[in-house]
Design a protein around this ligand. Structure first.
Ligand code: KG4
Ligand code: ZN
Length: 356
């Protein structure tokens, strides 16, 4: 797919208010030039959804609605700017939970209309892809592995709006697998961080788990079989009350996921000959994955960019990088901007073309 914008990074000085509400984090940020974070406020609903073992969409929308104006006020206050100084609004308008997205989108539209500000809708994964630019710009093209609760995708990124899918999960996303396996082990939701916390206490080679699709020649992933293997193991070896077994299972599972993600990413880098890598999304917080990616990048002579954990997980500052770029190009949405629950990233350039 050919994208429409792939010129080098030249940001105009713009002060953006950005909003993200695609899942269970209500987030707002103030970012200058698409680079300098003046504030990045995140209100997590995790403790509320933990009670149900997963995100309850109806509750998520309601909690976003309760929090959003306070979070925006806090973002402005922390940045020491007033709404009158804001020069544009960028908002995540998909993909995600429709009701949750709608809260962010409606708020962004209301502010843009009331203040006569340009408004741009950004793809959530596009935000993840460029989060590391807030710490250090990356030259195009680069390979990106996006690993989150809903995505496990390998992309070749040629520029803003130029995203080619090299591979993706055929079933569960990596984060989803972490969370489901954690639940099987009796760990609290969301389990990814919990497995990460316990894994260093165990032996990653103690329990033999499969590495799905490791050498199938594609860049696709599959995690549901791995999850079933953990379930089968647990049926024969209950870990309740046996901490060392629990730690070994966490370590072995994390190592299996990590090995598949790293091996496939390395293969994509080799096949394309590209020497720059971005790893993004909530699962990129995982310490085992970060360590193994670092090891691989050193071995392969690849420039590795993994944002700091706060910028890996859902946040609003990441939306400012593409948002600033598109607004600076003169693209803007009308007030008909709507939430898009489902929206493949490789169709983003079509949206940009329409706006241009
Ligand atoms: O990007 P993100 O914050 O939200 C989505 O867009 O999905 O990713 C959330 C996912 C959850 O599945 C969570 O368990 C996982 O990222 N996660 C982790 C870690 N921290 C968050 N997975 C493994 N290790 C972690 N340290
Ligand atoms: Zn995300």
């Amino acid at each position: 797919m050919k994208g429409v914008f792939c010129t080098p990074l030249v940001f105009k000085y713009m002060l953006l208010l950005t909003i993200e509400s695609s899942c269970d984090e209500t987030a707002a940020a103030v970012v200058k030039d698409g680079r300098i974070i003046l504030s990045n406020i995140i209100a997590s609903q995790v403790s509320i959804h933990a009670e149900y073992g997963g995100v309850v969409p109806e509750i998520a929308s309601r909690k976003h609605l309760e929090a959003i104006t306070f979070i925006i006020e806090e973002a402005l206050q922390k940045a020491s700017v007033t709404l009158a100084e804001i020069e544009g609004i960028a908002v995540t308008h998909g993909p995600g939970l429709a009701g949750a997205l709608l809260v962010g989108v409606s708020t962004a539209k209301a502010i843009a209309y009331a203040r006569n500000l340009p408004l741009i809708g950004v793809h959530h994964i596009e935000g993840h892809l460029f989060a590391s630019f807030l710490e250090r710009p990356v030259s195009f093209p680069f390979i990106a592995l996006v690993v989150s609760g809903g995505h496990t995708h390998l992309y070749k990124v040629g520029g803003f709006g130029e995203y080619e899918i090299l591979g993706q999960t055929l079933d569960d996303a990596a984060g989803e697998a972490f969370d489901k396996v954690a639940k099987l082990m009796g760990l609290p939701y969301p389990g990814g961080a919990e497995i990460d916390r316990l894994a260093p206490l165990g032996d990653p080679r103690s329990i033999k788990l499969p590495r799905p699709l490791l050498r199938d020649g594609s860049f696709n992933f599959s995690f549901s079989g791995l999850k079933t293997s953990v379930l089968t193991y647990l049926q024969k070896n209950p870990v309740a009350g046996n901490d060392s077994m629990l730690h070994n299972l966490c370590a072995s599972f994390q190592e299996a996921v990590s090995e598949v993600l790293v091996t496939k990413t390395a293969a994509a880098l080799r096949k394309t000959g590209i020497k720059r890598l971005v790893v993004a999304g909530g699962v990129a917080c995982n310490s085992g994955l970060r360590r193994e990616m670092n090891r691989m990048a050193l071995k392969e002579g690849v420039e590795l960019n993994i944002p700091s954990p706060l910028l890996c997980a859902d946040n609003a500052a990441m939306i400012a990088v593409p948002g600033n770029y598109y607004l600076e190009k003169g693209l803007k949405e009308g007030l008909e901007l709507d939430a898009r629950a489902s929206w493949p990233l490789d169709t983003v350039s079509a949206t940009l073309k329409r706006l241009g």
